[in-house]
Design a protein around this ligand. Sequence first.
Ligand SMILES: Nc1ncnc2c1ncn2[C@@H]1O[C@H](COP(=O)(O)OP(=O)(O)OP(=O)(O)O)[C@@H](O)[C@H]1O
Length: 732
Amino acid sequence: MSTEELRQEQQFVSLVHERLDQLRAEAEGAVSAAVGQNGTGRQARFERDIAVVEHSATLAALDAADTGLCFGRIDHRDGVTYHIGRIGIRRDDAERTPLLIDWRAPVARPFYLATGYEPMGLRRRRHITTEGRTVTALHDEIMDLSDTTRTGYESHDADEVLLAALNSARTGRMGDIVATIQAEQDRIIRAPQRGVLVVEGGPGTGKTAVALHRAAYLLYAHREQLAKRAVLIVGPNPAFLGYIGEVLPSLGETGVLLATVGELFPGVHATGTDSPAAAAVKGRAEMAQVLAEAVRDRQQVPGKDDPIVIPHDDGELVLDWGMAVEARHKARETGLPHNLALPAFAFRIIDDLTTQLADRIGADPYGGPNFLGPDDIAQLGKAVAASPDVHAAVLSLWPPLTPQEFLGDYLAEPAHLDATDAALIRRTEGAPWTPADVPLLDEAAELLGHDDSAERAAAEAERERRIAYAQGVLDVSYASRTYEFEDKEEVDSEASEVLAAHDVIDAERFADRHEEADHRSAAERAAADRTWAFGHIIVDEAQELSEMAWRLLMRRCPTRSMTLVGDPAQTGDPAGCASWKEILEPYVQDRWELARLGVNYRTPAEIMDYATGQRRATDPAFAPPRSIRSTGVRPWERTLPLADVARLAREEAPPEGRLAVIAPRELHAGLTGLGDDGPLDLSRPVVLLDPREAKGLEFDTVLVVDPDRMSANDLYVALTRATQRLGVITPA
Ligand SMILES: Nc1ncnc2c1ncn2[C@@H]1O[C@H](COP(=O)(O)OP(=O)(O)OP(=O)(O)O)[C@@H](O)[C@H]1O
């Protein structure tokens, strides 16, 4: 074994870290210097802003890259060598020579794709393992089999580094996989941004990992566009989002909003829960039509024999059935949402009432033409329009509505549904909103429209002034851009560089940030804006979403640039969709691509065999993904009183790592001693979950309690969460 090889790699890794430190010190110095600048003139402020924005973004990326900075190296047959890392870094020489290549740059691709059959010009691929800044191991794969040069670090097992990653103890937080992305995963991560890409695969095939790395890749390859519009990642529940929440920051990417569908209506906290049956009704596509009808129900007319009599200075005004029907027809004809069509309704009524008044006041008792001239009639019209009584009458027929008011009223007495469905979704006044209400609120917001023209006009002038200023700042920033750690130019003209101010920020966003009160990123602004159009949306556990949830998401992504990952065999929610075709056809017809992942990286073969056996009891043709490893440890079954589960969990808990007890929700009260009732904290050594909560997560050891109570899909999810050991407990 060549210690010389190890020494050389250590030398290189130390050099890269030194350069990282140097860049970080420069960025830190630049930020403090800029913040400390206290010039008051426009030019001084200008320069300070440029520096703060630019160097803060750089610093964040550099800080994130510290762990596992350099993890690989590729040697081409022609002698060219590249080191691959979490970010691209250049040397401090006159040519700014590339030192470390960003894993996302095209030149890094052979690191992930090359094989003995297709070496892609490589002689050797090397995995470099580090602890802190120390190189602890090298693993070499010789791609050119005719090459006799050996280093002493050739792996007997090409998957050694991958297996070490998969066998490591879990932490309760998902980690990145940049060092070991597999070829089938790489193709998905780097697939073109346009259109809808569906990624299907069984449990543990890396769908979530791939989706997150794809987000990082897209932000790198299309930074200018995506920094403006932000990327949205939708997950099934907050605990899952917490579980995956550190992956993108660890890759230096923060321009991403992670949310559940229930969090996508700004101002609403959906803390309530629905029964699965109620959520299923609320999630059906027909609810869109039902709500549209319910909005029309709110556009009323007086009874034929029961006109509205409005007191007025010049005598009573009568708003009758015919007048209201005609006005309603005109207002609906505009095709505008309810609130925005209100002026059309009101103008028509005011016109008719004015005519009524003019006919009465100016009538010639001898049958001649009306005494009133156009000016008189205009005066009368103004008085009618200004009358609070007229206003009240108009609004009683066509009330302006907020989505919350409207949906609250609707759910109190659900119409246009059969009695059973209506009873399922009926809501008592003041009850908290549920996640399944959010797509309905969003639908309602579309049907109702929000008349914000006055607010917008007032804000616009000020905003334009700020954007003009910000554009100036960014222009200067662009002109003075730093090439410090790009891997673009000589290496690859296609790849875009790592963060610089003009990339991560646009003039609009900068202008908003510049406001004392608003330092939000695009992702934060997107979170606060219901009508935000994201640059790309990634949906994890996509099979769980209801038809109404899809309507909401499609509205947030008019370009239909989306990655949907999921596994229909794990669908737990009765509101979930059965097939991708069914989900996507209404929005993109058949213009979507399907990619499949077939290797299970999480669940050892012994556990997967057990889960498959259970599954085949109801579905004999079931085909599971192939496990990449086996542990030799078979799952066990035991009958045990519920009261003893906590003790067993403590015994089985791995010294390092995590254990989960997965049991139907109704058993949780009987499973005492498994932790507090507070919010789910996945960093605890032992946690108690129901199968829905366990979706997407993984643990070293899993105890599944009372499998007979679980649906086939829920049981399959529960059984496939373990990376090492599985026990199945039937309550005594
Ligand atoms: N290339 C890889 N290198 C290292 N670890 C990997 C790789 N691919 C996947 N993994 C690991 O395998 C585990 C399962 O991945 P992930 O959670 O993304 O699977 P999934 O398909 O989303 O599963 P499920 O549908 O069950 O939620 C994770 O710990 C992930 O980090």
